[in-house]
Ligand binder design. Structure first.
Ligand SMILES: C[S@@+](CC[C@H](N)C(=O)[O-])C[C@H]1O[C@@H](n2cnc3c(N)ncnc32)[C@H](O)[C@@H]1O
Length: 209
């Protein structure tokens, strides 16, 4: 069974370009994290989104960062701030399993989001909120767009809010399950796992279920 993302050869370059703090605050303000919810920043840079979310909203935070120096910097900063519920993953955001996230923050590039999009559509759980800074997720419908002129750089920034249940066609979610030889297989990470053997078929309103 070919894995749908296995053919990707090279990651697109995504530079470290930190979100100004007032933009970070706007991102979190529109996402409205609830205490204890899991917030994942894909490409967390120096960890500023994580610090704000943990400190001001009581989020449990996870940062994924491929640059080892930045990953260590973010780790130390969170420790220094006395934040307990955090994890910094030194690794590739395109391989990361974000299915436990309640909120995902993104400050990536158009090319990176294009590659990440099918993975998001397949693996985010229902009701996940996503917030993208300046680069919208191609083809998705934001449920809100906010703008701010940052006092840090004097530039206009945009923040796009998405909802896993409303912002894209959920066909991708159904594709997580494959029926093959009377068995149901679930796609997960890099493989598929058998979850059920079909014993019979049910019919509801004339439809096979
Ligand atoms: C534009 S910065 C955003 C930083 C932070 N999220 C913020 O808003 O301030 C993008 C970050 O993604 C990181 N990055 C680039 N490619 C990555 C990859 N394949 N996996 C994980 N992190 C990556 C970069 O090192 C950089 O820190």
């Amino acid at each position: 069974m070919p894995y749908p993302y296995a053919s990707r050869k090279k990651n697109p370059a995504i530079p470290f370009y930190p979100s100004p703090i007032d933009v970070v605050r706007l991102m979190l303000n529109v996402a409205e994290p609830k205490e204890g919810q899991v917030l994942v920043d894909l490409g967390c840079g120096d960890g500023r989104v994580l610090v704000e979310a943990a400190t001001n909203y009581g989020s449990s935070v996870v940062g994924v960062e491929s640059n080892p120096w930045l990953a260590s910097y973010a780790y130390n900063k969170l420790l220094e701030k006395g934040i307990k519920n955090f994890k910094i993953v030194k690794g590739d955001l395109f391989e990361f399993n974000f299915s436990s996230a309640d909120i995902i923050t993104l400050y990536l590039t158009h090319d990176a989001l294009k590659i990440l999009k099918p993975r998001l559509e397949s693996y985010i759980k229902p009701r996940t909120k996503l917030v993208a800074h300046d680069f919208p997720i191609p083809g998705w419908r934001p449920i809100a767009i906010e703008s701010i002129i940052s006092v840090e750089d004097g530039k206009l920034h945009k923040v796009y809010l998405y909802d896993a249940d409303k912002s894209f066609n959920n066909v991708g979610r159904q594709k997580r399950y494959i029926i093959q030889d009377g068995e149901i297989w679930r796609k997960a990470g890099h493989g598929i796992h058998r979850v059920l053997k079909i014993r019979g078929y049910a019919h509801e309103g004339g439809e096979e279920a």
